[in-house]
Design a protein around this ligand. Structure first.
Ligand code: COA
Length: 444
């Protein structure tokens, strides 16, 4: 579906259709979760790379229309620098709209002559992104001046092949010190490059002595002086996912929110998950509580595309698991694992981020007992889940037993959903989670 939608968007753009029709490689990349777009370029028909009418000229590439009404994007990562040689389909840069991350790829063989933006700048659809000197001119210059395979060219290949994980602050630190992220070994999770990795790299390169770590007992610590605060206030523009948050939460303010809270006894579910967790893990999937919370939902919508509020380094995002009503708990867990991986890498597609019909926010995985969740329009309800805590409860005989209790806080659009409807929904949802075997019986 995602590919069909994208192709439909693209079909407005004749020059992109001809790429899709004969370049299988282009289509395969489209089907991957992360969108890959090509640069648009001025009017000529693309039939074969060697028939390019603009050979040997500097071509100004503009950011082409990437659909979904996106007019501006934030430049998150450059995979090339000025002077780099690129081939067709090489990644040029990563941009992020308020809806998705997109990799922009080259349509030319040539040399990058100019980058129009710095990292974190806003790039506009229809405005130039890079200048590329096309192959013919580059070849003639190379004959005269440069060796066939330059060191830069080799380095560029490494950057393309391996995607580096690092926060914008770390990227900036690397850029300010002229360090290529591809040459730094990341010590963070999944090879993420941390600030320390850049400082260590710099130390090795320049021999610069960094301040001793407090852990290092062999180096005497300086006599303590009153701390001097040198921090400065910083004003940053609101962009990317945060911009989307401003827009949707301002729209949400117009909705009269109705709140409803309850406690759910998850004692049985906690036991059940302990049993199922190793089985799912043996199939390569992490089984948390979320797939059960998602499966227990019922709504009147034809498709139950349940959004999950996800805390990522780029900010709050809400991808959704599509058609939960026809998925098993394991299938939901598999999809959730995929969304979490892509979310962490900032690579969720527009399809993953749109079309939600209901949202669950598991703030309890971070902390907290109660919350007041805000509806994500055009949805009409949202639930926030608190932390699961072991608490004493009474059973039917009046005996105290240790129970696993979680609080749920619902917000509903009171123009559409009244208190009784919300309460019956919550009771049914709660009954499935308190008796997970009911889910086996009733839910598809
Ligand atoms: N109470 C106690 N423990 C919880 C919990 C809860 N409500 N929810 C999850 N956990 C546990 C999980 O079981 C897991 O433990 P395990 O290692 O034994 O399996 C651990 O916490 C980590 O779970 P996590 O990897 O976060 O998976 P998840 O499927 O439970 O949650 C997300 C996935 C995306 C929802 C979560 O990572 C996240 O981003 N939460 C924050 C949402 C947020 O910011 N909401 C506010 C929006 S304004």
């Amino acid at each position: 579906m995602a590919a069909v939608r994208m192709l439909r968007t693209w079909s407005k753009n004749a020059r992109l259709i001809c790429v899709c029709s004969f370049q299988t490689r282009g289509i395969v990349r489209v089907l991957k979760p992360k969108c890959v777009y090509f640069f648009g370029y001025p009017s000529f028909n693309y039939s074969h790379p060697h028939h390019l009418a603009l050979h040997g000229q500097i071509v100004q590439f503009k950011l082409s229309d990437i659909g979904e009404g996106i007019r501006e994007v934030t430049v998150k990562e450059w995979y090339v620098k000025e002077g780099d040689t690129v081939s067709q389909f090489d990644s040029i840069c990563e941009v992020q709209s308020d809806k998705a991350s997109v990799t922009i790829t080259s349509r030319y063989d040539g040399v990058i002559k100019k980058l129009y933006y710095n990292l974190d700048d806003i790039a506009y659809v229809g405005k130039p992104l890079v200048d590329i000197e096309t192959e013919a001119l580059k070849d003639s210059e190379e004959d005269v001046e440069t060796p066939a395979v330059s060191h830069d060219e080799h380095t560029h290949q490494e950057i393309k092949g391996q995607k580096t994980l690092a926060t914008p602050a770390v990227r900036r630190l690397a850029m300010e010190n002229n360090i290529k992220l591809s040459e730094v070994v990341g010590s963070g999770k999944d090879g993420r490059i941390l600030k320390e990795d850049i400082l260590n790299y710099l130390e090795k390169q320049t021999g610069a002595i960094l301040p001793p770590s407090p852990k290092d007992k062999t180096i005497p610590m300086p006599i303590s002086k009153p701390p001097v605060f040198i921090g400065k206030d910083k004003t940053e523009p609101i962009k990317g996912f945060q911009k989307a948050m401003v827009k949707s939460m301002s729209a949400a303010l117009k909705i009269p929110h109705f709140g409803y809270c309850d406690e759910v006894d998850l004692t049985e579910l906690v036991k059940l998950r302990e049993e199922l967790k190793p089985i799912a893990l043996a199939r390569g999937i992490k089984l948390s509580f979320m797939p059960f919370f998602l499966k227990a939902n019922i709504t009147y919508k034809a498709s139950h595309n349940i959004g999950i509020a996800m805390d990522t380094e780029q900010g709050l995002i809400v991808p959704n698991v599509k058609n939960v009503q026809i998925c098993s708990v394991f299938e939901i867990a598999t999809e959730l694992n995929r969304l979490q991986k892509l979310g962490t890498a900032g690579q969720l597609s527009t399809t993953d981020l749109t079309g939600g019909t209901f949202t669950l926010s598991n703030i309890g995985s971070i902390g907290g007992t109660y919350a007041k969740p805000v509806i994500l329009p055009p949805e009409v309800a949202i639930g926030a889940l608190g932390s699961i805590k072991a608490l004493p409860q009474f059973n039917q005989k009046g005996e105290v037993y240790p129970a696993q209790i979680m609080n749920v806080s619902w917000s509903a659009d009171h123009r559409i959903i009244d208190g009784a409807t919300m309460s019956s929904f919550s009771n049914l949802w709660k009954s499935y989670l308190e008796n997970p075997s009911f889910m086996l019986l009733d839910l598809k």
